[in-house]
Design a protein around this ligand. Structure first.
Ligand code: AMP
Length: 696
């Protein structure tokens, strides 16, 4: 019979494990003999190279590289093109999975046809479905999808006695993501009580801080700023990550940078490193407290803390945890392998294997009792709901049906009234949402389902809508008519591009959009102070902006302004092109806002559209006065300007740039920036001629 494995399909690295003949999970080394396979593909050779070899090509600056695609799983907008062929994140994951499967087969000497694959707890429905599809495309039957922190608790749980009852916190800080989970481990199961996280916070942010520090020193001493040169910047980032690793072992790291003809050696101490990255540690602290609060616990009621992910090797993480919990974190499991090991344990449970089956008959005399097989109870970190009209009929609301952080599989049924219009309206449309906000547009719209054949007995009929998460976290929907008890026939319909009506009052009659054209230019500051996190936040905000746009009537363009000003995308309704442009945004040099405004004006001359320029900046521009003149000229042309500031931006200056006081906005953190961009897009799409921004 063919074999099964557990797979940690990671953003930066992937790991495969199996349960050995003694019932213990163990990692299966790849063809290079390494336990970890980088989740990187290089398309410059045929067949494409996967893993370490691909990573070497990436380091040499080759561009035919796919990496960091996991966060885009399930997104129809993410498509990469190589050798004339287009790949989604699931296609790319399938290539990595196939490689992992082949390597495991070579090591085990038998066919591998099934796997448990782990996903981050924050993965929604589309991402889980894409993960299952990727596994199947790689020739694996996906036995089950489980959350990464759940897998980690399974792996740690194996080391415990049979009468355990413990509540633990799993702190998972990887290369690009942070996840925190509270779980209760008993002999029967591992129940996840609460989760929180930030999928844009990880080791790379720590690297960025060191890189900025070294780059500034290098520029000071040589006059050459590595931030202005992509190849030099890449070199600085590689050396910065190495310095970070050294600082996990020693209190000082020394780095030599050879950039162009200049060569300099710098030192950084652990104290300096911890000082410059304190805000990042603070972000993990806030999220950890959020998860504890959700679980109704505090640090002192925890029995232990489990560390997962390469970045938890940093001493600052360990001392923070020890300080808060009053005792050091648990050790004994390799932080890079723990998720795959847990997946292997779960795979054995799914295969119905008891420990006895796995034990060879000749183990008489073995002293250690075999560990108990464990069941998993998982939770979803998003609530599931439907769009409904509020009870007073005044607005559309997101009505949560299955609450987040309840154990899955989970199902709930809720009753709604359906207006039949005297029997003419036999079709019911249900928009499925994932998210916590009461505003439908702040949630992910998962899909549109139409239910047919409602028997119209009255003006209004009651319909029971049932939503469920299955054990993999995949969503199912059904509905039945209350008075007849009949299950309604369902069809899946495409989600319309234009959902802006969800933000307005419920439609009474056909009140389609006005058909007015709208054009927006986004001007994003690309000066060197934006490097790293601020730029990533700006990119996320710009993506959120696109999400909220109505591209049937809107066109959006993108300009990046630094020392040089670049038209990244002319005004277009091609969303894919805009996403590619956002992806290419970079940070270097100073802040030439004046030329950017002039370019934007040039892109919006003499057309009959409603026009907006949305500026995001984190500092004071170079030629501040001439930028204001450009802004005035734009306003004179009837273009509205929204000015958003972050970091060191000057509030008074923003006020004079913007068309109105309400269109001048200062934001503190990344989350607020993303929300603000979403809000602006909605206000623009809704179409008032003057912007009324409420959230300040
Ligand atoms: P993961 O996503 O779990 O594979 O974690 C990868 C991240 O862990 C990367 O950002 C690495 O730089 C980081 N990492 C690995 N080893 C160490 C170490 N010894 N000290 C600090 N960070 C590390």
């Amino acid at each position: 019979m063919a074999a099964f494995v557990g797979i940690d399909l990671g953003t930066t690295n992937s790991v495969v494990a199996r349960r050995n003949a003694y019932g213990r999970p163990e990692v299966i080394a790849n063809r290079e003999g390494a336990n970890i396979t980088p989740s990187v593909i290089y398309f410059g050779v045929d067949p494409p190279a996967v893993g370490q070899e691909a990573k070497e090509w990436a380091r040499l600056g080759d561009s035919e590289i796919a990496s960091f695609f996991k966060p885009h799983m399930g997104s129809p907008l993410y498509q990469l093109e190589f050798k004339g062929q287009s790949y989604s994140a699931a296609d790319l994951s399938a290539i990595v999975l196939r490689r992992l499967k082949e390597d495991a087969e070579a090591a085990m000497g038998e066919e591998v046809d099934r796997a448990v694959i782990t996903v981050p707890a924050y993965f929604g429905d589309a991402q889980r479905k894409a993960t299952i599809a990727a596994g199947e495309a790689a020739g694996l039957r996906v036995m089950r999808i489980i959350n990464e922190p759940t897998a980690a608790s399974l792996a740690y749980g194996l080391n415990r006695s049979a009468d355990v009852d413990e509540t633990v916190l799993i702190y998972d800080l990887g290369g690009g993501t942070f996840d925190v989970t509270v779980a209760r481990i008993t002999p029967e199961d591992v129940a996840v009580l609460a989760t929180a996280g930030d999928h844009d916070l990880g080791g790379k942010n720590w690297d960025d801080r060191i890189a900025t520090y070294f780059a500034e020193k290098f520029a000071e001493e040589t006059g050459f700023d590595p931030l202005d040169d992509p190849v030099a910047l890449n070199e600085v980032l590689v050396r910065s990550e190495q310095a970070k690793w050294t600082l996990s072992e020693r209190t000082t790291a020394r780095v030599t940078l050879q950039l162009g003809s200049e060569r300099r050696t710098f030192e950084i101490t652990r104290d300096e490193f911890e000082g410059m990255t304190a805000p990042l540690m603070d972000r993990t602290r806030r999220l950890t407290e959020e998860a504890l609060g959700e679980a109704g616990l505090d640090w002192l009621r925890l029995d232990g803390v489990l560390l997962v992910g390469g970045s938890t090797r940093m001493p600052m993480v360990r001392s923070y945890v020890a300080h808060m919990a009053g005792k050091p974190p648990r050790t004994g499991v390799n932080v890079d392998e723990v998720v795959a090991l847990g997946a292997a344990v779960q795979a054995a449970t799914e295969a119905g294997e008891t420990i006895g089956d796995a034990l060879p008959k000749f183990t008489l005399g073995m002293t250690a009792a075999p560990p108990p097989a464990r069941k998993v109870i998982d939770v979803m970190s998003h609530s599931l709901g439907v769009v409904a009209v509020s009870a007073d009929g005044s607005e559309y609301v997101n009505d949560v049906v299955v609450r987040r952080n309840v154990p899955i599989p989970a199902e709930a049924v809720r009753t709604y009234m359906h207006e039949t219009h005297g029997g003419m309206n036999t079709k019911l449309e249900v928009y499925l949402t994932q998210g916590e906000s009461a505003a439908p547009l702040d949630c992910t719209i998962l899909g549109k389902y139409a239910f047919h054949g409602i028997a119209a007995t009255d003006a209004e009929v009651a319909v029971d809508v049932g939503l469920s998460y299955d054990a993999d976290g995949v969503v199912q929907v059904h509905a039945s008519q209350r008075d007849t008890g009949h299950r309604l026939e369902m069809s899946v319909e495409p989600v319309p591009d234009d959902l802006s009506w969800l933000a307005g009052p419920p439609r009474t009659a056909a009140e389609g959009s006005t058909g007015e054209k709208v054009r927006v230019m986004l001007l994003i500051d690309g000066s060197s102070s934006m490097m790293g996190e601020p730029l990533a936040e700006a990119q996320q905000a710009a993506r959120e902006f696109l999400e909220r746009c109505d591209f049937t009537s809107m066109e959006v363009g993108l300009i990046s302004f630094a020392t040089n000003v670049a038209l990244m995308a002319p005004a277009t309704n091609n969303v894919r092109r805009l996403h590619a442009a956002i992806h290419r945004l970079d940070a270097e040099g100073s802040t030439n806002l004046s030329d950017a405004l002039e370019l934007a004006r040039g892109e919006m001359v003499a057309d009959d559209a409603r026009r907006y320029i949305v500026v995001l900046t984190d500092g004071y521009p170079d030629a501040a006065k001439s930028a204001l003149e450009q802004a005035e000229a734009a306003k004179g042309q009837g273009i509205e300007i929204v000015a958003i500031g972050m970091g060191d931006a000057d509030r008074d200056y923003l006020d004079s740039l913007a068309s109105s006081e309400a269109a001048s906005i200062f934001v503190q953190g990344g989350g607020e920036l993303v929300r603000t961009f979403g809000h602006i897009a909605r206000v623009i799409a809704e179409g008032g001629r003057s912007l009324r921004i409420m959230s300040r």
